[in-house]
Write a protein that binds this ligand. Structure first.
Ligand code: MN
Length: 481
């Protein structure tokens, strides 16, 4: 029976909790009795698959039970009260949260603000809701071929426009990659087939080559006493490869990470040690060394990246990280709540931390509340820019790191520090030099803002600022709303 696999996968949970999961399986078998999926299979294949995905993320038993029950409110006569009675209020609330997210149907860009808003609200309240929704979407995407073509297109588009960027912003790299690669062939079948063929042609040769590099690196790491756990290859996801090719005039010779070598090590100093070993073996390409350990990506991603002229001059990318960094890179926000190897939950609460890495979600919700009547294209544009584009890191003169969207200006920086500083800004020094307020900041810039008490924002600033926060505050100060 299909539920056996699930029961195997939840063995990390205390026995009592495994029993509640069994009870939930019996419950949904009754609830969805006689219902079928379009594939002709029994309906419960779906909620069980969803629960399995959640178990692979090593979530708590309530998430898994809610995953099993996630379609019960929508598709059966069972009520909130009954779920509450059988499985408790927390599970009932999770199921309700997931059902609420499904109410709103995606109809292209004008509705996606509302989509995002609901998703973020859900994340902030109890992030398990979004993980159950993600698991639901993942299984639906994996089995999408059974749907009529129209519907396939709509769901794939929503996956690409809403789910993948959201997964990315929550640091869930593996999920983001899978969402995109499942949506890709539906949205752009010709491009997908082309790139898959091209990759198949090139992949074997690349892999053979990397197989030859591996023992060379292993030997050197041992000599230098670097504690490494494993070296493996990771193939680039097809959609992100396609995006990259487009940025490089479709020139395959400029793609160095079709297959990258990944070195997993014990400690942070082993990361830098391994980087040293690689650079001693082979010359690095200038400008391609990235230290995401000292400066993590805004979604929490940490690794060292470098690209070198390896054996026979073949340009090759390396990614070096610890096991913990690897877990975060794959599962992002979820990794903070995973069961650890001792079967204990790391965190007790499932609401979003008010401070730290994911505080931007609360920030976003606050701005959005003020603007709930204004769901204009402009808002969506800025929101997308703020949260889904590449980010840069710049510094205050004291060395505090400020994280901004690409192409942000000194005015954006000033408002990011404090609205008072933005409002009274008269000039900016970037790396010690006076610079135009409209200039575009670069990674690593040090910015000093010069203020004057009686200075007010200028309407001209609206023409070049990039962040939503700056725009909003300037308009407030100028009283144009
Ligand atoms: Mn479902």
């Amino acid at each position: 029976m299909s539920s056996q696999k699930l029961l195997q996968k939840v063995k990390y949970l205390p026995e009592e909790e495994q029993k509640s999961i069994q009870k939930a399986i019996v419950f949904i078998k009754k609830a969805h009795f006689n219902q079928k999926r379009l594939s002709g299979e029994s309906y419960i294949i779906h909620p069980i698959a969803v629960a399995e995905i959640l178990a692979e993320l090593k979530l708590d038993s309530l998430s898994i039970i809610a995953g099993l029950l996630h379609d019960v409110l929508e598709d059966t006569p069972i009520t909130f009260k009954e779920i509450e009675k059988e499985f408790g209020k927390e599970v009932a609330n999770l199921v309700k949260g997931v059902s609420k997210l499904s109410e709103i149907k995606y109809r292209g860009q004008e509705r996606s603000v509302e989509n995002f808003r609901r998703m973020f609200l859900a994340v902030a309240e109890d992030f398990r809701v979004i993980l159950i929704k993600f698991a639901d979407r993942l299984h639906n995407m994996r089995t999408i071929k059974w749907l009529p073509q129209e519907k396939q297109k709509r769901i794939a588009l929503e996956t690409m426009e809403i789910f993948a960027p959201l997964a990315n912003r929550l640091g869930m790299g593996r999920l983001k990659g899978e969402f995109e690669d499942l949506a890709f062939p539906i949205l752009y079948p010709n491009e997908y087939n082309w790139i898959r063929n091209e990759v198949n042609k090139r992949y074997g040769e690349r892999e053979n080559y990397l197989r030859k590099l591996k023992p060379i690196i292993e030997k050197e790491l041992r000599t230098e006493k670097i504690n490494f756990i494993e070296i493996n290859f990771r193939a680039k996801h097809l959609w992100s490869l396609y995006q990259k090719l487009q940025r490089y005039d479709m020139d395959w010779d400029k793609i160095y990470d079709l297959v990258a070598l990944r070195i997993i090590v014990k400690t942070i100093s082993d990361c830098y040690g391994a980087l040293g070993v690689i650079h001693k073996l082979w010359h690095p390409l200038p400008g391609r060394i990235k230290d995401y350990i000292a400066l993590p990506k805004p979604n929490g991603y940490q690794s060292l990246h470098t690209t070198v002229f390896a054996k026979d001059g073949v340009i090759t990318e390396f990614q070096i990280r610890t096991e913990e960094m690897h877990r975060v890179a794959e599962n992002g926000i979820a990794s903070h709540w995973l069961y650890d190897e001792f079967g204990k939950n790391r965190e007790k609460t499932f609401s979003l931390p008010k401070k730290g890495m994911f505080s931007w979600i609360n920030q976003l919700l606050e701005w959005q509340k003020k603007l709930s009547s204004n769901t204009s294209k402009e808002f969506l544009g800025t929101l997308k820019f703020d949260f889904f584009n590449n980010r840069i890191f710049v510094f205050t003169p004291k060395g505090d790191v400020i994280n901004l969207p690409q192409d942000a200006t000194p005015i954006d920086f000033a408002y990011q520090i404090h609205s008072e500083i933005g409002d009274h800004c008269i000039g900016a020094k970037v790396n010690g030099k006076l610079t135009a307020l409209s200039s575009q900041l670069k990674n690593g810039d040090i910015i000093e803002i010069i203020t004057a008490k009686n200075k007010k924002p200028s309407a001209d600033w609206l023409k070049f600022v990039k962040t939503y926060k700056a725009k909003d505050k300037i308009k407030q100060a100028l009283k144009i709303k």
